[in-house]
Design a protein around this ligand. Structure first.
Ligand code: 13P
Length: 259
């Protein structure tokens, strides 16, 4: 049985004080649910807040992750942050290849850059959360499963996955991110089942231990239906992770999967 993972991707939001207040609110909500062993909960703040949020998380079961890294270990890479630097903050996860980095920000990351980042994360004993997902034109052209096959295959070149701690995958259809238009539970299961099959081919039996998260306009009122799908093992949450009540509501929906 895979332990569901609910991860908050704060993106470029909040500040130090509001981040700490959010953590306090999530903590209080989780205490009242009593979920800590059945659902894993993760927050991914902006990099400058990793240390203060690590401090705020002390004594809680909530885990810490980063939103990106650079694949080189050190050197003249102005503005970048290495996997070892992230690990030193106490973070154990790192989001890699988020669609905003593939399609929106700066020089637009390609699958080769993303693969190097996955490898760097693993070398530093961080768990990469490898994001994949099709755009609306790709879906309309019937290419969704081909895109997912390509992205998961390219992202994992040279990466060995032996246990569920070695990798998390996030399926985030680009057209569902921040739009309020989430994938139907059936669309999500089709994509997740396909990713699980490709993972079997790529990494063998550990594919059954790898959590595959759904992301894209997940809210407390639509979370349970998508999480109940057999190959959906939790969520990567954007907007709704910025409010303690909403985020805890989504954790509660994930809990319904395991009770
Ligand atoms: P929203 O939940 O705001 O749609 O964002 C999803 C996402 O991109 C999480 O990484």
């Amino acid at each position: 049985m895979r332990c569901p993972l609910v991860a908050g991707n704060w993106k470029m939001n909040l500040d130090r004080t509001r981040g700490s207040q959010l953590v306090a609110g999530i903590r209080a909500g989780l205490d009242s649910l009593g979920v800590c062993e059945r659902v894993e909960v993760l927050v991914c703040p902006p990099a400058v807040y990793l240390y203060p949020i690590a401090e705020a998380l002390k004594g809680t079961p909530i885990r810490l992750g980063a939103q990106d890294l650079y694949h080189e270990p050190n050197g003249a890479f102005t503005g970048e942050i290495s996997a070892a630097m992230i690990a030193e903050t106490g973070a154990r996860y790192v989001i890699i290849g988020h669609s905003e980095r593939r399609h929106t920000i700066g020089h637009l990351e390609d699958d080769r850059a993303i693969n190097l980042k996955v490898r760097a994360a693993r070398a530093a004993k961080l768990t990469p959360i490898l994001c994949v997902g099709e755009t609306l034109p790709e879906r309309s052209a019937g290419l969704t499963l081909d895109v997912l096959t390509f992205q998961i295959t390219a992202g994992l070149v040279g990466v060995s996955v032996v246990t569920g701690a070695d990798l998390v995958v996030a399926y985030e259809p680009v057209w569902a991110i921040g739009t309020g238009q989430n994938a139907t539970p059936q669309q999500a299961q089709e994509a997740h089942g396909h990713l699980r099959s490709r993972l079997h081919e790529l990494v063998g039996p550990a594919a059954d231990e790898v959590r595959i998260l759904y992301g894209g306009s997940v809210k407390p009122d639509n979370a349970e239906a998508v999480m109940r799908q057999p190959d959906v093992d939790g969520g990567l949450i954007g907007g709704a992770s910025l409010k303690a009540d909403a985020f805890v509501g989504i954790v509660q929906a994930a809990l319904a999967k395991v009770v």
